[in-house]
Design a protein around this ligand. Structure first.
Ligand code: DQA
Length: 141
């Protein structure tokens, strides 16, 4: 019983990166937030961050074999990556797409997600709480 949390490029810099947009919470805070939920449900949490597209594809494939759900903030790859989209489409496990900011109210190039149509749901604009809601959505029966 395990969930996978995957964060993409530049999210290792959360807390110091454009705090006006992404807030002052760190990636460690994000992981702690999700871990509270998985602990409550008796699930394990594996967390992974990468700045590399192919590494994220590898992790999604792995999670497809080892986890029962994925919480994914693919960051900028959301808007560009057919490879990540195809990886999601290739696994039997539900993926919830999370964005800290509301991508739909920002620059035009952020409005389109390559991933949304192969994900179970998209949560945007709720800050790091969005990750917690994603975990609840994957775990509540
Ligand atoms: C983001 C939004 C993306 O457009 C951006 O490239 C990110 C973070 C978010 O969490 O709001 O790196 O995914």
């Amino acid at each position: 019983n395990r969930l996978m949390l995957i964060n993409g490029p530049n999210l290792n810099l959360l807390g110091t990166r454009e705090p006006g947009i992404y807030g002052s919470h760190t990636l460690q805070d994000v992981v702690a937030e999700v871990k509270h939920v998985t602990d409550d449900f008796g699930y394990d949490l594996e967390d992974y961050q990468s700045n590399h597209e192919g590494a994220m594809v590898d992790k999604i494939q792995e999670a497809g074999r080892t986890c029962s759900g994925i919480i994914l903030n693919a960051a900028a790859y959301t808007h560009t990556s057919i490879a990540i989209r195809d990886a999601i489409a290739s696994i039997p496990v539900p993926v919830i797409e999370v964005h800290i900011s509301n991508i739909h109210t920002r620059e035009e190039f952020r409005h389109h997600s390559m991933l949304a149509s192969v994900c179970k749901a998209q949560i945007v604009g709720l800050g790091i709480k969005g990750y917690r809601y994603a975990a609840l959505a994957l775990l509540e029966k």
